[in-house]
Ligand binder design. Sequence first.
Ligand SMILES: Cc1ncc(COP(=O)(O)O)c(C=O)c1O
Length: 465
Amino acid sequence: MTDSRATLGVDLHLDLSAGRGLRAGLTEALREAARSGRLAAGTRLPSSRSLAADLGIARNTVAEAYAELVAEGWLTARQGSGTRVAERARPRRAAAAAVRARPGLRRPPAYSLMAGAPDLAAFPRAAWLSAARRALTDAPNEAFGYAVDARGRIELREALAGYLARARGVYADPDRIVLCSGFAHALTLLAGVLRARRVREVAVEGYSLDVHRELVERAGLRTVPLAVDGAGARTTELGGEAGAVLLTPAHQFPTGVALTPDRRAAAVDWARTTGGLILEDDYDGEFRYDRQPVGALQGLDPERVVYLGTASKSLAPGLRMGWMVVPAGLLDEVLAAKGRIDWTSSAPDQLTLAEFIRSGAYDRHVRGMRVRYRRRRDELVAAVAGRVGVSGIAAGLHAVLDLPGGTQDAVLRAAAWHDLGLETLSRYAHPDAELPPREALVVGYGTPSASAWSPAVAALLASLP
Ligand SMILES: Cc1ncc(COP(=O)(O)O)c(C=O)c1O
């Protein structure tokens, strides 16, 4: 027979104060847990039978404690839904204090056109679930143990190698793919490797994400900005001091231009002559609208380029899944930085993504989203036509809107009034970059859900000069 004590109900930790009657002690411990918020409103408590078995006390004692707390309003008991912590038990004051204690935490705006996220409401839940079901059904038992190969699961590395070669023109040997918790993790590992190689400077694009620059700087490296113009980053200006350059060649973040062929060639020439490395951030390379996607720069020289990809735009940033294709001469150092064991990536998630790619669901999702994002991009361009200049729209999930001089502050104030989250281009400027003054907005048209899209565009239009 099954041991019901071990298998029934849910676990509940309670501090039963010594020296009190059993029932009074249990009642007070439960009351305190509900009052303090340690047991959140709605939490289902174990059945009286199961809790009595866990605590080694009579079932009646638990039933009486529950009944008393139901009478006081701390718990609710309903046929079919068991005994739960009541809604009114939420510790309002404690929650408010916690929010106040976190400086800078403000209510998010009602509408957001901030760049950075795909449409989270469009996450392919059903297809992901069925891939997870198939992947977990077929997974060998060892997949649930500590992963001994720091590169990550071979199933996903093989699926990615095929996909990246086919869709992005990457030379991808599964043995040289290293799976990571997103691009940020990969960049952190690479910055550590560069520092260990005594590199001091990494060139970055003059407009780029501050959080990524900070990851590089935290490893003890200096970031040096490259000017960015209509042809992408000026790789022709790369100097001998930098040991690596971080680029977004397919779709410069945030200006949205593609690195031109001569600038690509200049980057590769620089890497070959100086021994430097190119870190290629291919964060949204799948989303190109007007012609074939621009292939990865890595194809030009897989020994000098580290290719970095992520599921954050194509699927969702919450997955924390990314990958890098590493030159042979760098692999051991990257693996040493990652650790002897793969501590960071979940094997069930890796197997699910492998199955998602293998089954064709990834391609279907990307193609479907490309159609949706393209439609939004076209609507945005049509809506702002004649009022502001639009650029960077051939690819990706954001566009740059150039504003008439002297109007940017008023636009931001109006957007705040319309409860719209917006970002300026200048917010992405490297502090040392010598960039021509430019008043512009970076509009993330991928961010709103389908229902929030029209009101977000309306709020934008109402904010523009
Ligand atoms: C320029 C750029 N690179 C990379 C990423 C992806 O980062 P991660 O994979 O760490 O979520 C993003 C996501 O917003 C991005 O904007």
